[in-house]
Design a protein around this ligand. Structure first.
Ligand code: FEO
Length: 391
């Protein structure tokens, strides 16, 4: 059902209450939405983004229910199929419509959707499109998480349409975000999973947006920011270089030895006043790990050995840590082994992107003994010292 945001501006997308997974990888505990926006100017009509492949009928019905039988422009801010997948159906339903996008996104849309060349109208950074009494400005913002991403700004009403940026995977009947606590966890999870690897680019985009007066931010996932300062402040915190005095302990334990070591380590951290989050990798959700990575200064990976290497879920966690490129400064390893192995070298070899300072690993043969607990306590003290002197 279309929902009005402002005069001549409607949300016409689809709420996906039931989707549980994105990219067959990212859990969506609260579903998601594919927001699309219809802008009716005094002369032209534009649709900003479409919806996921397979949901075009609902989008087109929403548009037609507003009495719209012709669209002039389909603005493609991003080529990924959750926003572009319905472009071919929209072009068929509205044969006069042109796809307005940048050159890189055009190339992607041609490859992914086989949209024909003559349906495109290519725009560059800062270029404007007149709809009569409304003006759209395009802001190229490569690497929101793909190389072709752009943002669209509606000048007269000062509304920013940033597609994925500032979004959240959240299916909700609420059109607008009212408070920080209502959106923080959802938006942080989304940022952590999708945008954190591109943090330096996001910093530049935030800088560029300072040139625009923004009264509303209408992303293409989740509710709309009627109070844009809430989400802009959150992003400022997340992209800053300074991590929190916080340790993330990612562990897996097969027979209890690693768990004992982790419990001792976590208790020691608590006793010396360091904030800690312990996550059992055997039951962890990728999003929970990603959220904690946004600001943890230290990550400790604790694992038993399996087939001479780290446990496969610990290998996956190390891979994620490297791929998500958080601002983590320090990494430590606690390895419990039965008859040796090369878990430490294996995990170190996976951390090529983030190049953290590596604490002396704690290597435990079997159940932790007194000397191992002492080594664990020394590790906790060293974490504290590093946090006090380097963050
Ligand atoms: Fe929501 Fe990058 O697509």
């Amino acid at each position: 059902m279309p929902r009005k945001l402002a005069e001549g501006v409607y949300e016409v997308g689809v709420i996906d209450w039931d989707r549980k997974l994105f990219d067959e990888l990212i859990p969506l505990p609260h579903g998601t939405s594919y927001n699309a926006y219809l802008i009716t100017g005094s002369e032209k009509t534009a649709l900003i983004d479409t919806v996921n492949t397979g949901r075009a009928a609902e989008l087109i019905e929403n548009i037609k229910s507003l009495g719209i039988d012709s669209i002039d422009y389909v603005i493609a801010n991003h080529g990924e199929q959750d926003h572009s997948g319905s472009i071919p159906d929209v072009l068929e339903a509205f044969p006069m419509a042109k796809v307005v996008t940048n050159q890189k996104c055009k190339d992607i849309l041609k490859a992914l959707l086989h949209v024909s060349d003559e349906r495109f109208f290519v725009v560059g950074d800062g270029e404007k499109l007149q709809l009569g009494d409304k003006t759209l400005t395009f802001i190229l913002a490569p690497w929101v998480h793909w190389p072709e991403t752009m943002l669209t700004y509606l000048e007269e009403q000062k509304i920013l349409f940033p597609c994925d940026l500032f979004g959240s995977h959240l299916a909700t009947s609420r059109l607008f975000v009212e408070s920080r606590c209502e959106i923080e966890e959802h938006a942080k999870r989304y940022y952590a999973e999708i945008m954190m690897p591109f943090r330096s680019h996001i910093v530049s985009h935030l800088e560029k947006l300072k040139n625009f007066e923004i009264k509303m931010i209408a992303p293409s996932h989740g509710p709309i920011h009627q109070k844009p300062d809430i989400i802009l402040e959150l992003y400022k915190e997340w992209v800053s270089d300074v991590p929190a005095n916080k340790v993330l302990v990612l562990y897996v334990s097969m027979h209890g030895s690693t768990r004992k070591a982790v419990q001792h380590f976590v208790n020691k951290l608590l006793s010396i006043g360091i904030q800690v989050k312990q996550i059992d990798l055997a039951h962890a959700d990728l999003g929970e790990i990603a959220i904690q990575l946004v600001d943890s200064a230290t990550v400790i990976l604790a694992t038993p050995t399996v087939l001479t290497g780290a446990h496969p879920v610990a290998v996956y966690a190390a891979y994620l840590l490297n791929a998500l490129r958080p601002k983590t400064r320090f990494v430590g390893l606690i390895v419990s082994y039965g008859w040796g192995g090369r878990a430490i070298e294996q995990v170190k070899g996976l951390l090529t992107n983030i190049k953290p300072f590596l604490f002396e690993p704690v290597y435990i043969h079997g159940l932790p003994a007194e000397k191992d607990y002492e080594a664990i306590e020394r590790l906790a003290e060293e974490v504290k010292r590093r946090h006090e002197t380097e963050i």
